[in-house]
Design a protein around this ligand. Structure first.
Ligand code: SAH
Length: 234
């Protein structure tokens, strides 16, 4: 074996160990109770979704920068949202905020198909390339303001919003299937409440508060206005 191959193998082994430890920590925190979610969190190579210089920190339970002022979703938030969405293997899922593509890759192991929208073109394009490299074949990504949803592929069994909105965007509720669930953080920067909006068979909705979370803002027509100072830079 060439020395470079040996390094790659050693790094992959270290990452697998760090992933097992992450799942144990999530379980201790009351997450990953669903064995399918635990399997997904334990399989997706999170370190490949962060910049090379930060790979050593990828399995810590915090958000990490992915460029353009954005962050990879915290592992605990991915596990929590995936569990609250109650995905079946047949589910069609919409994710708003592709970012690095990490959460999309986790959802792809839990559902039939994941549609994902990202407003920052280089992030969306980067995620498309990375998921292709990793052989994830059941995710479609588009660069678009996800606060409108993706009506072409609706209705969705679940919609997961990876950014915090001022209120529940109407188009997302409209694109939810009867019996479907929308998991969305609602509130200002820094601290929000995670809402699970269920669409009942009669078309009415019922929202439950699933606790406090911290996500980056949803920026768009049914989200927050882009801040005047917002700079899209690395
Ligand atoms: N799920 C991603 C999280 C990235 S952070 C991951 O696992 O890496 C949230 C992302 O939402 C950012 O990339 C941000 O650009 C994106 N975002 C914010 N508002 C958006 C909108 N209206 N439509 C689509 N994406 C949006």
């Amino acid at each position: 074996m060439k020395p470079a191959d040996r390094d790659v193998e050693r790094a992959a082994r270290a990452a697998a160990g760090a992933r097992r430890a992450l799942v144990e920590r999530l379980k201790a925190a009351g997450l990953c109770r669903d064995p399918r979610v635990a399997e997904a969190m334990g399989s997706v190579p999170r370190h490949l979704f962060v910049p090379a210089a930060l790979q050593g920190e990828a399995y810590g339970d915090h958000a990490l920068p992915i460029g353009y002022g954005q962050t990879i979703t915290q592992a605990a938030n991915v596990a929590r949202a995936a569990e609250l969405a109650a995905l079946t293997p047949a589910a069609r899922v919409l994710e708003i905020g592709t970012g690095s593509g990490y959460q999309a890759a986790v959802l792809a192991r839990l559902a039939r198909w994941v549609f994902s929208l990202e407003r920052i073109a280089p992030l969306g394009k980067g995620a498309i390339l990375l998921l292709k490299t990793l052989g994830v074949a059941n995710v479609s990504i588009k660069v678009f303001d996800g606060s409108y949803g993706w009506s072409e592929h609706a209705p969705y069994d679940a919609i997961l919003v990876a950014a915090a909105a001022p209120e529940v965007p109407d188009p997302l509720v409209a694109q939810l299937a009867a019996g479907g669930r929308l998991v969305i953080p609602i509130g200002p920067a820094a601290r929000q409440k995670l809402l699970v909006v269920r669409k009942l068979p009669n078309g009415r909705t019922r929202a439950e508060d699933a606790g406090e979370v911290a996500y980056v803002p949803l920026v768009g027509r049914f989200g927050f206005a882009p801040a005047e100072t917002e700079r899209i830079s690395r």
